[in-house]
Design a protein around this ligand. Structure first.
Ligand SMILES: Nc1nc2c(ncn2[C@@H]2O[C@H](COP(=O)(O)OP(=O)(O)OP(=O)(O)O)[C@@H](O)[C@H]2O)c(=O)[nH]1
Ligand SMILES: [Mg+2]
Length: 431
């Protein structure tokens, strides 16, 4: 078996700030490191090192003396290139920060070309303002993290990054068109859409699998899910769409939010956002993650009025008063309590979602049998809730249900297509 790379973790924080080393350790593990030491400093620091210069040297001597120089030193703080340079020289090993660590995880897990492009874009957008300084430092002597940069002129390197950024943006745009986002947007109007969101590891995929009878990967690692999956689910005879999404994390650099915006777009288009919260966390941790989720959702344009908080993992916590109080403070809807693992509270969750479903109309569509009848059929299967299909030698007849407020738009869409809207049944509210 391949040996796991080793890492030591460092956090520099003020006395009043809470330690983030536990989460950094989980991130390091998710990236495949074996953590062999953790250090924190709450005293005055030297800006050239991000930590106390003396402490950095002591630590370096300690590591060298114990013969355990790690493969990486990972800071929970944001590092400037000059700090990375000084720290790399001192520790004689590669130094990265939290953002780069998160990027490493995303890079490892990215399955689709879209995700790969998104990650590279985030990385380059992060690098761009630092490029000149990195090239300048690399010329002083090549160190890990600065490899190969010494041969560039700063402006050549910067313009190379800019070119690549614009290529990646173009490519991502093409991928989005290929995925025919327009079709997806229409889908959102015809059927009710629910997005599952929340901090990484809150249990979104576990809940998604339970609702949709899927078997997407679930694990105790951070960032198990990196892309959105949407499935239709029958709830009380109604077809609705659920989407599982990438998890949030504290201090996620805006470059990554921007890069993953197209993935999170599902959330911005949803009719209802369920915010899955881990009720097995200690209360302070719960509140910290809740704040992060709310600010990330706000950043992508989703506000608390369309969100229902869902306290998950209640099988691990019997005293939920403080959690309920913290969650209800921010939202119009009362928090729900579930255990996705033990399938508890799911009936109530479904009841609440059912209560929010809009009226539907039953449409009877008729079309002469032709090539384009296939389009109608595929639209009906993917984007509406089919109740009946019939055809004879001449006509295809479909009875299907859509959201009531979609009908005007649908009328516009079928103009000139040969599809006849035979009858529209009264609006129905489902129990
Ligand atoms: N005890 C308990 N564990 C749960 C529950 N729901 C999820 N888990 C566990 O929590 C861990 C994370 O679950 P996931 O469903 O992968 O979480 P996620 O929110 O999709 O995580 P990311 O995809 O990484 O953002 C897994 O180990 C699950 O088994 C629950 O109700 N109770
Ligand atoms: Mg997941």
């Amino acid at each position: 078996m391949e040996k796991m790379p080793t890492a030591i973790l460092v956090e520099i924080r003020r006395n009043i700030e809470r330690s983030g080393l536990a989460e950094l350790e989980r991130l390091a593990e998710a990236a495949g490191y074996s953590v062999i030491g953790k250090y924190e400093q709450t005293r005055m620091i030297d800006s050239a090192f991000c930590m106390g210069r003396g402490r950095a040297r002591e630590l370096a001597i300690e590591l060298e003396g114990s013969n355990s120089i790690p493969d990486k030193v990972i800071f929970n703080n944001r590092l400037k290139p000059s700090q990375v340079y000084n720290l790399t020289k001192t520790f004689k090993t590669e130094v990265i920060d939290r953002f780069q660590l998160i990027l490493e995880i995303f890079t490892k897990r990215a399955g689709t070309i879209e995700a790969k492009c998104q990650i590279e874009l985030a990385k380059l957008q992060y690098e761009l303002p630092l490029a000149k300084e990195k090239v300048h430092l690399a010329k002083l002597g090549e160190l890990p993290g600065f490899h190969g940069l010494g041969r560039y002129q700063a402006d050549v390197y910067t313009s190379m990054i800019k070119k690549r950024i614009s290529y990646l943006k173009k490519r991502l745009n093409e991928i989005r068109v290929q995925k025919s986002l327009h079709r997806k947007k229409r889908k959102r109007d015809a059927l009710f859409n629910v997005a599952l969101t929340g901090y990484t590891c809150a249990g979104k995929t576990t809940l998604f699998n339970l609702l949709s009878e899927e078997a997407l990967p679930v694990s105790n690692n951070l960032f198990t899910t990196l892309s959105t999956t949407t499935r239709s689910v029958q709830i009380n005879g109604r077809k609705i769409l659920f989407s599982d999404t990438v998890g949030f994390i504290d201090r996620l650099p805006h470059q990554l939010i921007d890069a993953f915006y197209s993935t999170l777009e599902e959330v911005t288009l949803a009719d209802l956002v369920l915010l899955v919260l881990d009720a097995s966390d200690p209360i302070d941790e719960f509140k910290r993650k809740l704040d992060t989720c709310i600010s990330t959702l706000n950043a992508i344009g989703v506000f608390t009025s369309s969100i229902i908080p869902v306290l998950n993992k209640i099988d691990l916590n019997r005293t939920l008063e403080q959690y309920l109080l913290a969650a209800s403070r921010h939202f119009k809807s009362d928090p729900l309590m579930i255990s996705a693992k033990d399938k508890k509270g799911i009936d109530e969750l479904i009841k609440v979602i059912s209560g929010m479903l809009p009226q539907t109309l039953r449409l009877h569509l008729r079309m002469p049998i032709s090539e384009s009848a296939n389009y109608l059929l595929s639209w009906a299967f993917n984007e509406s809730d089919i109740k009946l299909i019939q055809f004879d030698d001449h006509f295809l007849d479909i009875e299907t249900e859509v959201s009531a407020d979609y009908v005007t738009k649908f009328n516009r869409l079928i103009r000139g297509t040969g599809i006849q809207l035979m009858k529209v049944e009264e609006a129905r509210i489902h129990e």
